[in-house]
Every structure is written in C-alpha cells, then in structure tokens.
Design a protein. Sequence first.
Lengths: 171, 57
Amino acid sequence: MHEVFRALNALVEQGVIQTYAIGGAVAASFYTEALQTEDIDAFVYLPETQSGLLDLSGIYTALMALGGKLQREYIQFGPWPLQILPDATPLVSEAIRDAEALDYDGIVVRVFRPEHLCSIALQTGRAKDLLRVRMFLDAEKVDLAAFQQMVVRFGLGDRLRKVEGLIDGAS
Amino acid sequence: MERAETKAEYIIRAKALLREDLRAKSWPEKVRSSERMNEASKLARAAMEAARAKAAR
C-alpha cells in the first residue's frame, strides 16, 4: 500500500491531479477493524472534456511512469489494484475537499472522514454499505452532529432510517 | 451518436471490471489478499490513533 500512496502523492506534486482522497473499505480500515477489500479507491476531481467524455489517460500515464501496470480500468501496484474514481456527486466532491491527511507509516495519505464515508455509504445504499454505517455508528467513530447535518443536506434521511432499522428490527 | 458516459456510470463499469478480475483469482491468492489487508489495516489504525493522540495534546 505504501507504493500506492507514494504514487498518489507524486501525482499531486507533478500537478497531474489537484488532490485525491482514499475512500471505500481501505479508508474505513483507518477507523474500524479491517474489512475485506482487495482494491484501493482514490477519488479525484476530474474535469469533463469538451466532448463530455471522462479522460483518465493523463493520470494512467503518470501512474505507469511511477511503476504501475495498467489493467482494464485500474492500475496494479505490486499486489494492490488502485482505482482512480471521479467526483461523481457533490457529496464525493465535498469528501475529497475535507479529507484528513494522515501519516501512514511515514507517508502522508488523504483519507475520507468517517462522516463522509458513512454518508457515501448511505448514498450507495447496498446492504453491505448500510451495514458499514451501522458498524461505524456502533463503534462511535462518527461525529454525530456533523453526520446528521450531512444526512439532512444530502437528503439521506430515509437511508439512515433503514440503518437504524437494522438493529431496531432485529431486537 | 452514443452519449458520453457519466462519472457515476464510469464508476459502476470500472468497479464491475475490477470485481470480475478479482473473482477470477485463485483461493490462495484471495487468502494472501485478505492477510495483506489485515496487515495494512493495522498500520492504518495506528496512523489514525497517532493523529487523534496528537490532536488531543
């Protein structure tokens, strides 16, 4: 994972991307017990081209120059697949902007905050995402006031009630 | 003319392609992957604990 984080920081230093933030299960692993995952999700601001097409070629070229191997829609660094994912929603854009810089074994890495991870999980809405939110709430890893505000701002109240129902319904 | 793929559509397609490749891995490869994640997660949580301790000082 060190090699991936170094490569992402190099992309910023080279001006290939403005910034990045780690999301998904790897980001969650900074806050809770390890979740099963096999890839690293790095979210970036990705401007659309004039034709409206997404263009990741500049990022992929730079990552390959840093030792990555291009696969279908991801870059392999040693055993770790890295996926570069665009800021598909205003919530993801905010999560990238507000990510926390942490020292991972001597390497700075930007990671989504738990409130954003939970809000994005609500937005995605698969069963495993809702369970992840429940896990964060149970482990008291979330600033509840900030999370509640986000839930309201992004219209995620119905999804949060589903998460609450995961426990209430079982008891 | 085919319309451009949205960012959300791209994410769905990219994740599906990766999942397809990961599913094709052998069982020993999957076990090694799980072990790698456990080790990486220990470093990740240590990073977070250090950051929280620093903030509390």
